[in-house]
Design a protein around this ligand. Structure first.
Ligand SMILES: Nc1ncnc2c1ncn2[C@@H]1O[C@H](COP(=O)(O)OP(=O)(O)OP(=O)(O)O)[C@@H](O)[C@H]1O
Ligand SMILES: [Mg+2]
Length: 278
């Protein structure tokens, strides 16, 4: 085992009994006791119905908002004790949101340089780094383009490049492919998976999309602010079953629908049993 591998034992993200209540008297309990540990380099998908608390959890993990109770530790450091959260965040965590939030009056390269504003690097190095990142996301030819001169997928790739500007250890993404077609979703997800593999970046992605969750090593399902299930895949076969479970066909099998393809006849019950186990 290499030295790097030994160091992976300390979780990069940990939460203990995280509770978030929005409002006061009749508050919404958006998170209701989340205890979670994510090892460095893991690719985690967070799924669950609308209102389950997925974005709220991501905001807590990224120190964009504070929990009502409980604790978040990043790299062993409790966020409650960090003096300058903005600085900590910009050095440690990258964010990608559903709407890429690029600044419309800045070119792709300039957008990528925005998070580096505080960095002591000279302007020339910042520009070099922005070019490297643009190349990484396959858009080296688009550096001078404004956001409205690019496709949705290209804009999202610029947003990913921007999120990597300060070499974050953790990348948090909230529905990063939410408004993209299935082909572009595949491209964006392969890009994220590559970053995870090649750079060992910890990736936490909130999604409604089974296609996206299917790429992750671990799928965390939230419901009503609680962890409903937490599945790490030990085999690709198990992953296929999970994909099936979240597909239209899998849901129909679990629901005991009478409207299943006839060629599945004898296989429905065994499949149902398998799906119930994952
Ligand atoms: N700023 C806020 N003020 C009050 N309630 C909020 C606020 N943000 C979220 N909520 C509530 O907290 C709960 C969890 O919201 P959250 O945005 O985390 O859900 P989500 O799982 O991300 O849903 P979606 O899939 O629709 O994005 C919801 O009931 C929501 O109405
Ligand atoms: Mg959300």
């Amino acid at each position: 085992m290499s030295e790097g591998a030994t160091m992976t034992t300390q979780p990069v993200v940990e939460t203990r009994n995280l509770i978030k209540v929005y409002g006061d008297m009749v508050g919404v309990r958006a998170l209701d006791g989340i205890t979670l540990s994510i090892p460095r380099g893991q690719f985690v998908a967070i799924i669950g119905p609308s209102g389950a608390g997925k974005s709220t959890l991501l905001h807590m993990l990224g120190a964009l908002d504070r929990p009502s109770q409980g604790e978040v530790c990043i790299d062993g450091q409790s966020l409650g004790h960090v003096r300058d959260l903005d600085r900590f965040r910009s050095r440690t965590i990258g964010f990608i949101f559903q709407m890429h939030n690029l600044i419309p009056t800045l070119t792709a390269l300039e957008n990528i340089e925005v998070p580096m504003a505080e960095s002591p690097l000279p302007a020339r190095r910042k520009r070099e780094r922005a070019r490297e990142l643009l190349k990484l996301v396959g858009l080296e030819a688009r550096g001078g383009h404004l956001p409205n001169m690019m496709s949705g997928g290209e804009r999202q790739r610029v947003a990913i490049a921007r999120s990597l500007a300060n070499e974050p250890a953790i990348l948090l993404a909230d529905e990063p492919t939410g408004n993209l077609d299935s082909k572009t979703t595949d491209e964006i997800m392969s890009l994220l998976a590559r970053l995870n593999h090649e750079q060992g970046m910890t990736l936490i992605v909130v999604t409604h999309n089974p296609q996206v969750a299917g790429v992750a090593e671990r799928v965390l399902t939230l419901r009503d602010g609680k962890i409903e299930s937490d599945i790490a895949f030990s085999s690709p076969y198990e992953k296929d079953l999970i994909d099936l479970k979240h597909s239209q066909l899998g849901r129909a099998i679990l629901a005991g629908s009478a409207d299943l393809p006839t060629e599945l006849d004898g296989a429905v019950e065994p499949l149902r049993q398998l799906l119930l186990q994952v």
